[in-house]
Design a protein around this ligand. Structure first.
Ligand code: FES
Length: 376
């Protein structure tokens, strides 16, 4: 009991870095106690920017072009990163652009515990540049190897179980292939490619991310079918054609990731067939149907305020004035970002629902609807 209390006290300054730190966390915490009032970070950064006891960090070690508008980023994580993530999970990545930390979530594309050349433990994500996405364009076209990034721990429930199901169907389009790539690479690495059909849609052959690797997997594993649907020449993949092409699709455990319209259609199709329980869906896009009026947001305990338009999320608003708000997925799924609205009103950008004082708001998908105050 006393020992536990002492350990908690020791670890406290390093507690947020990782819940699996074990002995390392005790050590980090102890160093933090000894170096108080300055935290170890204040010294460690001088020696190595990846040595942070306060937050997860990483260094981009390589940027590999995938297609004209997408690239794989290989990252070496620093202290505290949990390499035991599950294939299909995503991480948050923060990059400093023009003096501001910009955060997004991206699926990991590597298998867990992936080691690169020289036995270094690395992770990879693949990013597709979006026309309106400043961060994604920067990551695909501008970021230099060596850049230090901030990381948020892997999470998400769109994962491949271990062992994988006997029959699998993957339905992906565009960058929706990224979490599935991690699953395929994991199966390949563990020599556990079961009976898998992967239908992937992209406009042209040149737009297919990981095209050569998909063909290679197809050639090496008789139990793996890579079905590429080039939509510019063949049109959209018709879900009705599944009956003819892969008549056992109802028996397959299915993972789908891609644009919202495609996922809605898949959801409907599986529901009508009475097999909705076999379907796993990952939505990358927040559908922002509503726009709030905007207003002045006050971050209660910090006293910071900012006037924003009705399309800026409260999370982004806070970050732009240096308020550290909790977050995970940044797309309305994980609920990590929930904060109490202590005054004024906010609007849920997905459906326009208004939140009242005292309500909990998900700051990543809510905007100010007039002046409001958050209890943080
Ligand atoms: S950060 Fe995941 S719901 Fe807001």
């Amino acid at each position: 009991m006393v020992l536990n209390k002492f350990r908690e006290w020791l670890e406290a300054p390093a507690a947020e870095v990782g819940d699996r730190g074990g002995k390392l966390n005790v050590l980090r915490g102890a160093v933090a106690r000894v170096t108080t009032p300055l935290l170890p970070d204040d010294y460690l950064h001088l020696a190595n920017p990846l040595w942070s006891a306060r937050e997860l960090r990483g260094r981009i070690v390589e940027v590999q072009k995938e297609t004209a508008d997408s690239a794989t980023l290989v990252i070496k994580p620093g202290w505290g990163f949990d390499f035991k993530y599950r294939p299909g999970q995503y991480i948050g990545i923060g990059i400093l652009i023009d003096g501001r930390w910009n955060w997004r979530s991206y699926s990991l594309t590597c298998p867990p515990d992936w080691t690169g050349e020289g036995g270094k433990r690395l992770i990879s994500i693949a990013v597709k540049a979006m026309p309106e996405g400043k961060l994604s364009s920067h990551l695909v076209n501008g970021v230099a190897a060596g850049t230090i990034v901030r990381l948020a721990a892997p999470q998400g429930g769109f994962v491949l179980p271990e062992p994988p199901p006997a029959k699998v169907l993957f339905l992906t389009a565009g960058s929706g292939i990224t979490p599935v790539m991690s699953m395929l690479r994991t199966m390949d690495r563990r020599d556990g490619v079961t009976d898998v059909v992967h239908v992937h849609s992209a406009p042209t052959d040149a737009d297919v991310m990981f095209g050569a690797e998909l063909r290679d997997l197809h050639d090496r594993h008789p139990s793996f079918v890579s079905h590429l649907q080039l939509t510019d020449s063949h049109g959209l993949f018709s879900l009705d054609s599944l009956d003819e092409l892969y008549p056992d699709w109802r028996e397959r455990e299915t993972w789908a990731c891609g644009p919202a319209g495609m996922l809605d259609a898949i959801e409907q199709h599986w529901k009508s067939a009475g097999v909705a329980d076999k379907l796993h869906i990952e939505r990358f896009e927040v559908e922002r149907s509503a726009v709030g009026e905007g207003g002045t947001v006050t971050f209660g305990t910090t006293g910071r305020t900012l006037t924003v338009d009705g399309a800026t999320s409260l999370l982004e608003a806070g970050e732009s004035v240096g308020v550290q708000l909790p977050f995970g997925c940044r797309m309305g799924i994980c609920q990590t970002c929930v904060v109490t609205l202590s005054a004024g009103h906010a609007r849920d950008l997905r459906n326009g629902d208004e939140r009242q004082p005292g309500d909990k708001v998900q700051t990543c998908i809510s905007a100010a609807a007039g002046d409001c105050t958050l209890d943080i």
